[in-house]
Design a protein around this ligand. Structure first.
Ligand SMILES: Cc1cc2nc3c(=O)[nH]c(=O)nc-3n(C[C@H](O)[C@H](O)[C@H](O)COP(=O)(O)OP(=O)(O)OC[C@H]3O[C@@H](n4cnc5c(N)ncnc54)[C@H](O)[C@@H]3O)c2cc1C
Length: 558
């Protein structure tokens, strides 16, 4: 069996993981192992991100991190961990400038300064970008290039970490599944960084890639770390719904709205956002939670579009302006029979980002010594609602911090401790599953059920009865894991990978659902129909833990 030994193990190679690898080396780590269940630098959300990256560069108008922080806290509806939010806003300009030195290609103004645009919830133009639909790919490519230049960063693709290993209460490494070979791999590490991204893939309608199923949260919980703010799943209000679009990003309408405004209309063709408290007039300023609420309520009231969303219309924008702003995309849309100058499209909310995650301090350290978390896997900075454009800087800033402090931690340890027999049960489990067995259902079928259940009962609007139904079913599905059918075979066996994805997804889903049931108020992305008001008594983040027997409990105050 393959056994690897490293100073720093980084689980997940998106923006946070790759930045963590660079920072770890810069801070003295001699050996870094960067693993990803997809291809390094090409899986997860970073490479999919569309457009805006917020940082108080003051390139367009006076700005400073304090103002960025004020906007972040306001968007977070009183629930941000202020220390983490401040770290995000203070470090973001340095990370953006460093990316510029690495030639990411931020769009620039005529005077050579980085161009910045306004985005919903920001009090001034603060969001930089590379090009339409190209910011995430450019960020990922730049980090891949930097990482690729450093020989002491070992990169391993197609390696899914299934279990973290602790020794004497400290992080000691991990057990992973080599997805191509179907074989277990053990990894001893002096420090581990979880940078495995978010969980939106556990919803039926999501903007996620295939590998955003909540693995990082499940790994952290099982290793003894705490999660915070798990109930806050951000739904992107204007995800594409109809007509059918193939090979295009479901959140592509965001940049259209930044540039051209666009009108949201209900099924009767009337604008409706103002009725829900939005003051947007022509420009795109309504925060995501409010827009999600307004659209869902219009549909519920029978005023939706034919496919169950609302209309997004650019019919009032002259064709020449559409072509000038989005020429090549307009041509691609035409191939799908969409002519924005003549007809609206239908949009509706989709799960897009997760505010919650591993509970960390400003060093990105969890309560398990040697275990750090960064990026979307980390919770707290964004409170109950993320400001648009804050997620990429969060990945870069928290990644840098996690790598730096993991390197400092590793520097204090003489050798990675891998006790005799460590991870043996996790290794045995991979082998048992790969032998195959008959069962009550396939993991793929249960993954499908999980996504439907979360969409129906734990979406943007929740109530006790639905959450309890979901919790009961999630627990039953977790108990049933040993009885699921696995196709025999090691090499490239999808049912083996599905089983581990399902196990992690069920744990993450239970954490979200239990936290949502515990929070008996409405705030930001968490709206309870049975508790519609925001209640000051709930103005603290809630913590989720897992007991030794696997029981998940939520609602303990931070
Ligand atoms: C379509 C889309 C558009 C977006 N647009 C924007 C935007 O314009 N601006 C903005 O600020 N934010 C945006 N976001 C959000 C932002 O992209 C993410 O929050 C951020 O990139 C997360 O970075 P990360 O490194 O934490 O995670 P990711 O980039 O998701 O990387 C996580 C990595 O971990 C790997 N992984 C997962 N589980 C395991 C495991 N068990 N073992 C090994 N590897 C594992 C995954 O394969 C993946 O490569 C967008 C998100 C999406 C989905």
């Amino acid at each position: 069996m393959t056994h690897l030994d490293t100073d720093i193990l980084i689980v997940g190679a998106g923006g946070a993981g790759m930045y963590a690898a660079l920072a770890a080396v810069r801070n003295g780590a001699e050996r870094v192992l960067l693993v990803d269940k997809s291809l390094v630098g090409r899986g997860g959300a970073t490479v999919m991100a569309q457009m805006t990256v917020a940082a108080a560069l003051a390139a367009e108008s006076p700005d400073d991190p304090e103002l960025h922080l004020a906007d972040t806290l306001a968007a977070g509806r009183g629930l941000c961990d202020e220390t983490l939010a401040a770290a995000l806003c203070e470090d973001a300009p340095a990370r953006i400038r460093e990316m510029a030195e690495w030639r990411v290609g931020w769009a620039c103004r005529d005077d050579g300064r980085i161009a910045q645009v306004i985005a919903p919830g920001h009090s001034r133009p603060r969001c930089c970008y590379v090009d339409f639909l190209n910011t995430g790919p450019a960020v990922a490519a730049t980090l891949r290039r930097q990482v690729g230049r450093i020989a002491t960063i070992r990169r391993v693709s197609n390696l899914a970490v299934t279990d973290l290993v602790t020794a004497d209460g400290e992080a000691a490494g991990a057990v992973a599944l080599d997805l191509a070979a179907g074989e277990p791999v053990t990894i001893a590490a002096k420090a581990t960084v979880i940078a495995a991204g978010g969980l939106t893939r556990i919803y039926r309608r999501s903007s996620a890639s295939a590998n955003m199923g909540g693995d990082g949260y499940a790994l952290a919980l099982a290793a003894g770390a705490e999660l915070v703010d798990m109930e806050f799943v951000q739904f992107f209000p204007i995800g594409h719904l109809a007509p059918r679009l193939v090979g295009m990003d479901p959140i592509m309408w965001d940049p259209f709205r930044y540039k051209l405004g666009g009108r949201l209309l209900n099924g009767a063709g009337n604008e409706f956002l103002a009725a829900y408290g939005s003051d947007e007039a022509g420009a795109y300023t309504t925060p995501r939670d409010l827009a999600t609420y307004a659209i869902t309520k219009e549909v519920e009231a029978g005023r939706g579009s034919p496919h169950g969303g609302v209309y997004l219309s650019f019919e009032h924008v002259p064709r020449a302006a559409l072509d000038a702003a989005f020429g090549p995309v307009i041509l691609r849309l035409a191939r799908h029979g969409i002519d924005l100058a003549r007809a609206p499209v239908e949009v509706s909310p989709i799960a897009h980002y997760h505010m919650g995650g591993v509970r960390i301090d400003e060093r990105m350290a969890s309560r398990v010594p040697g275990l750090f978390a960064a990026g979307e896997a980390a919770g707290g900075a964004n409170g109950a609602n993320r400001l648009s454009g804050n997620a990429i800087p969060e990945a870069l800033v928290f990644g840098e911090r996690a790598g730096r402090f993991a390197a400092i931690h590793a520097g204090r340890r003489s050798a990675a401790a891998w006790p005799q027999g460590a991870g043996a049960e996790a290794v045995a489990q991979i082998r048992r599953l790969a032998d195959g067995r008959d069962g009550v259902a396939s993991p793929a079928a249960r993954l499908d059920e999980l996504r439907g259940l979360m969409q129906a009962e734990v979406g943007p609007f929740r109530h006790a009865a639905g959450l309890e139904r979901a919790l009961t079913r999630l627990r039953a599905m977790r108990a049933e894991l040993p009885d699921l059918a696995i196709v025999a075979g090691r090499a490239c066996n999808p049912s083996l990978a599905d089983w581990f994805e399902l196990r992690a997804g069920l744990i993450a889903a239970e954490a979200v659902t239990a936290a949502a049931l515990a929070r008996r108020e409405s705030r930001g992305a968490h709206q309870r129909e049975d508790f519609p008001e925001t209640d000051r008594a709930w103005g603290r983040g809630r913590v989720v833990r897992m007991a030794r027997d696997g029981t998940i409990s939520a609602g303990l105050e931070r």
